[in-house]
Design a protein around this ligand. Structure first.
Ligand code: NAD
Ligand code: UDP
Length: 389
């Protein structure tokens, strides 16, 4: 499993083993990135997070061949003086830490802005001052709404890709009004992108910015009441998985007509590894990372997940598998939505030659097989427990 032999970059140069300071390593993307780095490269990881449940299998037992290449540091980057020292010890810092679930953007806007902007400031500063390379995770949400969404419903221009395909260098960032607090996240991410870009321009910071477009797969978020709070609202994959596991209808927010493109986490992680190991091609760039071929409305996603889950669990679907719910009821005041998110892949193709491979059906099949295997029994037990008076 560990890397053997000399690894070459895209230009045929040997890749030197490096130490990576990975902040937010215990989250969904971090856990997959840790696996990739440990299993397929000789690089070392300083893994920073407040939690480590999703990377426990990599930290123990200590006899694993990769054990000396990962070190976990339980650190809250809001207030921990060890942060600068760890960034200094590494060749590269990858910052994944963030509050990044839509249910928080309008209900906890201050925490969202602090987490996505203020808390990232020292990371950028320490990288810049110590001449360390930074890969920072932003979001496709910085694009906000498409230009096409402002056209009349029957306008033929809505079919023209230049009105909806999102390009790193040419698309504008269009957010709703300030009272639509949904955009607190996108706005904070946009400002940290601008700050990083300015550090590059004025002080020579070597940076890469990643804009993930709905990466999904095993270990994403939590199942409410099983490995997360009962009242918690995770992102759509976990919400719908939870409904399927509990044999409840899937809730379509405002009719489920928003569109998304979903990419399999394992495809997306390949792109991140290319960025890590090809600094000359990745530095100074902002990259969309998504799968333009996997576009569906949320309603279509619900229908496909219902069909796939029935196949992997052997349980027949409900007679009415979905139910409509208003965004106000589901998310509360101040929610708003991105209408459509198709990534332009020109830049990542040109710089790194990366393309996603996995179809939506295939990625849902492997992900829902994991969800069923991991949670079905626990959910069954939780449902059968008598409710306390
Ligand atoms: P996640 O919530 O699973 O992971 C984030 C991790 O950061 C968590 O483990 C959390 O404990 C940690 N963290 C948060 N604040 C911290 C702090 N103050 N100190 C230390 N650790 C802290 O989310 P994810 O899906 O893995 O996302 C990672 C990054 O990618 C985020 O920046 C997110 O905005 C971005 N992103 C992800 C997606 C996606 O499709 N998954 C889409 C857009 C953007
Ligand atoms: N959504 C939904 N039902 C749910 C959860 C989410 O209809 O139970 C919708 C949500 O309104 C949005 C889309 O699914 O239009 C994707 O939501 P997600 O939480 O994954 O984050 P986003 O893509 O908006 O960042």
């Amino acid at each position: 499993m560990a890397a053997t032999g000399v690894r070459l970059d895209l230009d045929g140069r040997p890749i030197k083993p490096m130490t990576i300071c990975m902040i937010g390593a215990g989250g969904f993307i971090g856990s997959h990135l840790c696996e990739k780095v440990l299993f397929e490269t000789p690089h070392k990881i300083l893994a920073l997070d407040v939690y480590n449940d999703k990377i426990k299998h990599l930290l123990e037992p200590e006899t694993q061949t990769w054990a000396d290449r990962i070190q976990f540091h339980r650190i809250n980057i809001k207030h921990d003086s060890r942060l600068e020292g760890l960034i200094k010890m590494a060749d590269l810092t990858i910052n994944l830490a963030a509050i990044c679930t839509p249910a928080d953007y309008n209900t906890r806007p201050l925490d969202t802005i602090y987490s996505n902007f203020i808390d990232a400031l020292p990371v950028v500063k320490y990288c810049s001052e110590n001449n360390k390379r930074l890969i920072h995770f932003s979001t496709c949400e910085v694009y906000g709404k498409t230009i096409g969404s402002f056209l009349p419903k029957d306008s033929p221009l809505r079919q023209d890709p230049s009105y909806y395909v999102l390009n790193e260098n040419t698309s504008p960032c269009i957010f709703g009004s300030i009272e639509k607090q949904r955009w607190s996240y996108a706005c904070a991410k946009q400002l940290i992108e601008r700050l990083i870009y300015a550090e590059g321009a004025e002080n020579g910071l070597e940076f890469t910015i990643v804009r993930p477009f709905n990466w999904i797969g095993p270990r994403m978020d939590f199942i409410p009441g099983i490995d997360g709070p009962s009242e918690g609202v995770p992102r759509v994959l976990a919400c719908f998985s939870n409904n399927l596991l509990r044999r409840q209808p899937l809730k379509l927010v405002d009719g489920g007509q928003s569109q998304r493109t979903f990419v399999y986490i394992k495809d997306a992680i390949e792109a991140v590894l290319l960025m890590i190991e090809n600094s000359a091609r990745a530095n100074g760039h902002i990259f969309n990372v998504g799968n333009p071929h996997n576009e569906v409305t949320v309603q279509q996603l619900a229908e496909m997940m219902t069909e796939v889950y029935s196949k992997v669990s052997g349980e027949p679907p409900l007679e009415s598998p979905t139910i409509d719910v208003s965004s106000k009821e589901f998310y509360g005041e101040g929610y708003d939505d991105s209408d459509k998110r198709i990534p332009d892949m020109t830049i990542i193709n040109r710089q790194l030659g990366w393309n996603p491979k996995t179809s939506l059906w295939d990625l849902l099949e492997s992900t829902l097989t994991y969800q069923h295997r991991t949670y079905a029994e626990a959910v069954k037990q939780a449902i059968s427990k008598p409710v306390a008076n």
